[in-house]
Design a protein around this ligand. Structure first.
Ligand SMILES: NC(=O)c1ccc[n+]([C@@H]2O[C@H](COP(=O)([O-])OP(=O)(O)OC[C@H]3O[C@@H](n4cnc5c(N)ncnc54)[C@H](O)[C@@H]3O)[C@@H](O)[C@H]2O)c1
Ligand SMILES: [Zn+2]
Ligand SMILES: [Zn+2]
Length: 364
């Protein structure tokens, strides 16, 4: 099969046509991928010195069609249209049974896509190839646990729906599931990529009264205004913390979300949040974070929390978010500013490095 392959010490990514993909094993399905977005988490691995576990097919915002089912598959049939989700929810592990589905440890590994027995459905010349973020959506085919492929209505346009897989699950989920923002709340979002814009969409869905946003890139600020941000800040011009406190009558926001993954922004989010408010870290910073926690954090009862894939249960939330799109409450179309044939993956990655457009989607 054809895929964009990340190999050791090789940039840009190579487009190869000779990957071997196994037949689906018990409980697995073979999905023909039609579209897959490019997320900054993919870029982080591409640009990481050493590049994580390689060789690897990245891409975790994918949609496609089931072509073959393994023995014992009950949720899916050949021809079903599906969204792939980076984290399957097994329903039975320690975390699933405590209603923390995004922490599920059942099924194929979240980072490598390896099965519990250490095998991968992908190989090249007999050498193991990893499934980045569990599904390898930059490849023509993906073999995944059936719970990682969520059945969607047969008329869902895959070229649009694919962004639900990561951006929407993460951003909208961060607001509705992780932080549980209530009607009338005030919100700050730093970083307005596919993730931050989805947080803005989630805040609008939650009927937040004020959605304050910040990004140094003018194009991204313009997108945020169109997606429902109420107050737009440029961190190169504005003191984001002081402005946020001013805009909220001197108290700070009820909820702050960092969608960029920089420690300085997380510190700003803490400072711009009111007493008793909550900061949710959604952007993924690398390495060890040095975030100064002011002593008053304790007496002011502020909260700082992590967020993986918007605390989503894909089986519940993907159909839920697509239903919200159908009734016009979520805008997926405007999130996708560029589509590229998979052969142009490096163009899409360069655009993301330069912060051009919003979501870039690869098509097979
Ligand atoms: N928690 C999760 O489960 C999860 C899931 C997906 C992605 N992520 C992470 O979310 C982050 C965003 O991903 P994306 O695809 O939206 O990336 P992106 O590159 O499209 O967007 C990042 C945005 O941050 C902005 N930014 C940079 N410096 C800033 C500053 N000082 N103040 C405000 N904004 C600033 C950039 O201009 C850009 O618009 C990445 O770190 C990614 O790895 C996390
Ligand atoms: Zn992602
Ligand atoms: Zn589980």
């Amino acid at each position: 099969m054809r895929a964009a392959l990340l190999e050791k010490n090789q940039q840009p990514l190579a487009i190869v046509d000779d990957l071997d993909v196994q037949d689906p094993g018990p409980g697995e399905v073979l999905v023909k991928v039609s579209h897959c977005g490019i997320c900054h988490s993919d870029l982080t691995i591409v640009d990481m010195p050493g590049g994580g576990q390689l060789p690897c097919v990245l891409g975790h915002e994918a949609a496609g069609t089931v072509e073959e089912i393994g023995t014992g598959v009950t949720l899916l049939a050949n021809g079903d249209r599906v969204m792939l989700t980076p984290i399957p929810t097994c329903g039975a592990c320690y975390y699933c049974s405590r209603n923390q589905p995004s922490l599920c440890v059942g099924g194929q590994n979240f980072m490598t896509g390896l099965r519990a027995d250490g095998t991968s459905p992908l190989s090249r010349d007999g050498e193991l190839v990893y499934h980045g973020f569990g599904l390898g959506g930059w490849g023509e085919y993906s073999v995944v646990d059936e719970r990682r492929a969520v059945k969607i209505d047969g008329d869902t346009p895959l070229e649009i729906a694919c962004v639900v897989g990561c951006a929407i699950q993460t951003g909208v989920g961060a607001v509705l599931n992780t932080a549980q923002v209530e009607e009338g709340a005030t919100v700050l979002v730093t970083g307005l990529g596919g993730i931050g814009i989805s947080i803005v969409q989630g805040a609008r869905l939650a009927s937040a009264a004020r959605i304050i946003v910040s990004d140094p890139v003018a194009e991204r600020r313009d997108y945020a205004a169109n997606f429902g941000a109420t107050d737009i800040l440029d961190p190169n011009e504005d003191d984001v913390v002081a402005k946020t406190i001013e805009l909220t009558g001197g108290v700070g926001v009820d909820y702050a979300f960092d969608g960029a993954g920089h420690e300085a922004l997380i510190a700003d989010c803490i400072a711009a949040t009111r007493m008793g408010g909550t900061v949710t870290m959604v952007g993924a910073a690398m390495g060890k974070l040095e975030i100064p926690i002011p002593a008053l954090f304790l007496t002011q009862e502020k909260k700082l929390q992590g967020c993986l894939l918007g605390s989503c249960n894909g089986q519940r939330d993907i159909p839920r978010f697509l239903a919200l799109w159908r009734k016009g409450a979520l805008d997926l179309e405007s999130m996708i500013t560029h589509r590229h044939p998979v052969a142009d993956i490096n163009v899409g990655l360069d655009d993301m490095r330069a912060v051009r457009g919003l979501r870039h989607v690869l098509e097979f």
